[in-house]
Design a protein around this ligand. Structure first.
Ligand code: XBP
Ligand code: MG
Length: 256
């Protein structure tokens, strides 16, 4: 039976609820700078999340909602420029400490570090967005807890393609059966599963009605002592997910 050696974490929606109060707000601030009358409200942003990646999301929005976009203006270049402005705003929000980690994340990461299990990141966003989130929630040294940060533009195909998980495992020299992934969305789950990695899903407000067929376990958070998680699919009876539970889950799935 392959031993569990690494936990691979998605970032947006999984480590922190970055989308509604982070990325979405930053997109709207950038639109205003560029004198665009676009307003990505909560509901519209939920729909746009079906497209992963900020630049890709902007291009999709233009294709869908701005049919009279002038031919003279390259959508790719414009989206990249607008996205740079969005990233600056997003980093400012992170630096103000406005985006906390989700329940149980800090507890589980610290337990993993003291246990010596390998930690990795597999995300659609940029490495800088990841490191600034970590620095502002867990302190500067926490970036070193992660042996790999596999991120957005390092791969050709973003989630739901498997590329970013495959990259993370290649850099760690590990096989899928030695890893467990943590995701929050259908696109993320499709990515991790097609890379062959069993996955625990922690849903959030945007993803709670998504379909998670194939997930090892679907819960509403990692839970905390005194603040139990709710199980949405799969078998789990404790109040919160810790390394013991994860190892039990990992060994039982492999004997099936
Ligand atoms: C996250 C995303 C995006 C972020 C990406 O996907 O696709 O919401 O906007 O940030 P996942 P950028 O959690 O599945 O990795 O704007 O930097 O692309
Ligand atoms: Mg996510």
């Amino acid at each position: 039976m392959a031993e569990l050696e690494a936990l691979l974490f998605d970032v947006d929606g999984t480590l922190a609820d970055t989308e509604r109060d982070g990325h979405r707000v930053a997109f709207n601030q950038a639109f205003s700078d560029f004198e665009l009358d676009w307003d990505w409200d909560d509901a519209l942003y939920g729909e746009l999340l079906s497209v992963t990646g900020g630049k890709e999301r902007i291009r999709f929005y233009i294709d869908t909602y701005e049919p009279r976009w002038p031919d003279s203006q390259s959508i790719n270049e414009f989206a990249a420029e607008l996205h740079r402005a969005k990233t600056e705003y997003y980093l400012q929000l992170l630096s103000k400490g406005l985006i906390p980690l989700r329940p149980g994340v800090e507890r589980l990461l610290r337990e993993a570090v003291s246990d010596g299990i390998t930690l990795g990141i597999a995300t659609t966003t940029s490495p800088e967005n990841v490191t600034v989130l970590l620095e502002n929630t867990l302190g500067a040294e926490s970036v070193e807890w992660f042996s790999v940060i596999a991120a957005g533009d390092m791969v050709v195909h973003k989630k739901p393609a498997p590329d970013v998980f495959l990259l993370a495992m290649e850099q760690l020299s590990l096989n899928p059966e030695n890893c467990l992934a943590f995701e929050d969305s259908t696109n993320g789950l499709r990515s991790s599963l097609s890379a062959g990695v069993d996955t625990i899903v922690t849903v959030n407000e945007y993803t709670k009605n998504d379909s998670f067929a194939g997930a090892t376990l679907v819960v509403d958070s990692l839970g905390e002592p005194g603040s139990p998680l709710s199980t949405l699919a799969g078998e789990f009876s404790a109040d919160y997910i810790d390394l013991d539970c994860i190892r039990r889950i990992a060994s039982s799935r492999r004997t099936h």
